[in-house]
Design a binder for this molecule. Structure first.
Ligand SMILES: Nc1ncnc2c1ncn2[C@@H]1O[C@H](COP(=O)(O)OP(=O)(O)OP(=O)(O)O)[C@@H](O)[C@H]1O
Length: 379
């Protein structure tokens, strides 16, 4: 079947780019259409840099041509983002930190869903892949990283950098770490509120000698409160990862977490949602899966919100035990748990690479190793 360019353009006149009122032909978003027999190539440039807008635009073009022109047309969409260079006037954003390439905030709406466990395992997996990794435990209400990394008894040392005293992060398993937990007594209730907490966090960010990092992971407190805003004010967060269990109450809060990052004034790209405690597998019945908290809830939420699904981590006794003894479970070798965390980490890096390609840079990702990363290999 031979297709005609004018029919394609007529069809595309019936749809618009998300957030842009006029149809995509008249608005100038469609910059070129080429037709060869039943093959169509559409060049389109959009202003909205979000992954969601890209995906929606692409899907709308495919669907419209298939429905209105020819259902078997072979379509290629070349999508370019031409986002305004300047950030919005009222957008809250910190300054880049020299030497730190990418900052990933890990959040959850609800407490206890395993956000810190996921962060710790992401950190060690990235380090195992050869990346330079830092971890900022900003969970001021329940800092658990010092225990999870078996460094609870350590204190950050002071080092002199260019005549200024700076805090040297504590290091274990190839991950540099600072935590509010280092500055409080183990049994002391942490009643850091507003400015006090923000000040402490600022010190851990700017009065610390992180050195060169490919990734700084930030373990946020649960919820969507002041501390989140303070972090977003202080740091140019490259992207956010939201952790949830498949349970209804957790999902409702995860939805709020995603909405917080997507608010206009915050506008931090959501790299995706992780489903933790996706199912339980007892050691003696490795092929059995029990969906204790419900099945695929976080996966469905990701689809619903049009954000990437990053992967599922099972509820496994060894993950809890590994956290308690201070050696994250992903440090194991050749186990399904290690594999699950590797898969998750690769997806996070893929989404980050995509985000850095598609959106105006905070700072371009600098890959120092390619170990096991499909998205990175493709580059
Ligand atoms: N996949 C898992 N399998 C088994 N246990 C898990 C898993 N994920 C987390 N846990 C356990 O669940 C408990 C809560 O996890 P964690 O402290 O990571 O949650 P959190 O969301 O960071 O909590 P909060 O931020 O409210 O302190 C911990 O005891 C942890 O070891």
């Amino acid at each position: 079947m031979k297709l005609h360019k004018k029919d394609i353009l007529e069809a595309l006149k019936t749809i618009s780019v998300p957030g842009e009122g006029q149809n995509m032909v008249e608005s100038g978003a469609v910059t070129n259409v080429q037709v060869f027999g039943d093959e169509v190539e559409v060049d389109v440039t959009i202003k909205n840099p979000s992954l969601q807008a890209r995906k929606k635009t692409e899907v709308a073009i495919l669907k419209t041509i298939h429905e209105k022109v020819y259902e078997k047309a072979k379509i290629k969409v070349n999508l370019r983002v031409d986002a305004p260079g300047k950030s919005k006037v009222n957008e809250i954003k910190g300054k880049p930190i020299p030497g730190i390439q990418n900052i990933i905030a890990v959040a959850s709406g609800k407490g206890g869903v395993g956000k810190s466990t996921i962060t710790a395992n992401l950190a060690v997996t990235l380090a195992k892949m050869g990346f330079k990794v830092g971890l900022l435990d900003a969970d001021i209400y329940g800092p658990s990283m010092p225990i999870m990394f078996d460094v609870a008894m350590e204190k950050p040392l002071s080092v002199n950098i260019d005549g200024r005293a700076k805090m040297k992060p504590v290091e274990n398993y190839g991950v540099k770490m600072l935590s509010i937990g280092f500055f409080t007594q183990p049994n002391q209730a942490v009643i850091w509120r507003g400015p006090m907490a923000a000040k402490a966090l600022n010190q851990m960010i700017f009065d610390a000698h992180w050195g060169e990092l490919d990734f700084l992971l930030v373990d946020l407190p649960p919820g969507t409160g002041d501390i989140h805003l303070s972090i977003m004010q202080a740091l140019p967060v490259t992207g956010a990862v939201v952790v949830s269990t498949p349970q209804e109450v957790a999902l409702a809060d995860a939805r709020k977490g995603v909405a917080m990052f997507q608010q206009e004034a915050i506008n931090v790209p959501v790299l995706g949602i992780v489903e933790n405690m996706a199912y339980f597998t007892p050691a003696e019945l490795p092929n059995n899966k029990y969906y204790i908290f419900g099945q695929a809830g976080a996966k469905n939420l990701a689809e619903d919100l049009d954000v990437p699904f990053l992967g599922e981590i099972p509820l496994v006794q060894s993950i809890r035990e590994a956290g308690d003894v201070g050696r994250p479970a992903a440090m194991q070798t050749a186990t399904p748990v290690e594999e699950a965390f590797e898969e998750l980490t690769k997806n996070v890096v893929s989404q980050l690479v995509r985000r850095n390609k598609d959106l105006p840079p905070t700072e371009a990702i600098k890959i120092t190793t390619m170990a096991g990363c499909d998205a990175v290999k493709k580059k």
